[in-house]
Design a binder for this molecule. Sequence first.
Ligand code: ATP
Length: 309
Amino acid sequence: MSETTQQTQTQSQSQTEAEAAQPLQTTSGESEERLREEWTDYRFDGTTKLAVEDLDVHYGDDHALKGVSMEIPERSVTALIGPSGCGKSTFLRCLNRMNDRIKSARVDGSVQLDGQEIYQEGTDLVELRKRVGMVFQSPNPFPKSIRDNISYGPRKHGDIDTSLLARLFGRSDEEAEEQLVERSLRQAALWDEVNDRLDDNALGLSGGQQQRLCIARALATDPEVLLMDEPASALDPIATAKIEELIHELSQEYTVVIVTHNMQQAARISDQTAVFLTGGKLVEYGDTDQIFENPQSQRVEDYISGKFG
Ligand SMILES: Nc1ncnc2c1ncn2[C@@H]1O[C@H](COP(=O)(O)OP(=O)(O)OP(=O)(O)O)[C@@H](O)[C@H]1O
């Protein structure tokens, strides 16, 4: 090693030591506490619906999510934000074990729903996904009538029976089906727009209507939690506003967890926000107002102010 290299190394070493001795500035200007890597020990009022502990996800050798722990309060909207590829969708899919469908995915850690471990052996996945429903980025109604889109799930789960046999024996749930279709469409703020054409094919609806139909379909199985992966990203501003209003209303009754790329949307509709950053780590979690107005982590402030991402 040359003398100059050695000198430079010694210099930068003592520089690093000097920096480490200095308290780092938090974004609020306080200097007494060293900036921590993570600000995730968020305490909220209310009951925990989902408790995630030390969650790691690998796709083959790719470590997509690293040691994520967080608690999600019931009857509220929790937004997951962060740059592309930081693991938001992966995290969302862990909450109803949708990652089980991806062959290369391995999930370690714990997710409890109402205090019950969903990753324990013997978990009924159909029941779990009934309790924890999901709405995807692009509206994906079945190529069936509006009515059938709603009643397909409950029929499949045996919750309503309108089969020929049931009708022959006078045990058909047709009235229950009608009520379910109306209730779900009303909850998804779609009833007034489609009640005169329930037998029309759902693919004839506009994109925004199709997405509200998918929300109605998810509500029809009577879930407790709704997972939404960028539900408005394919929609125009008017349809987006309707979905946002709907999400706000649904959170009075349901626990909503939403992935969004749109930071204004997260700020508008969520009660709490979790910020994931590159490398699959949860960096900061807190009240949405606090995250957007006074983030604790410099990296989160940089991300929110558009310096990267
Ligand atoms: N099905 C999969 N198979 C293999 N790797 C995957 C799969 N899904 C995601 N990954 C990888 O896991 C990491 C996290 O991806 P994920 O889609 O969860 O991130 P994201 O934050 O939701 O991204 P985006 O905002 O772009 O949707 C990425 O490196 C991605 O390539």
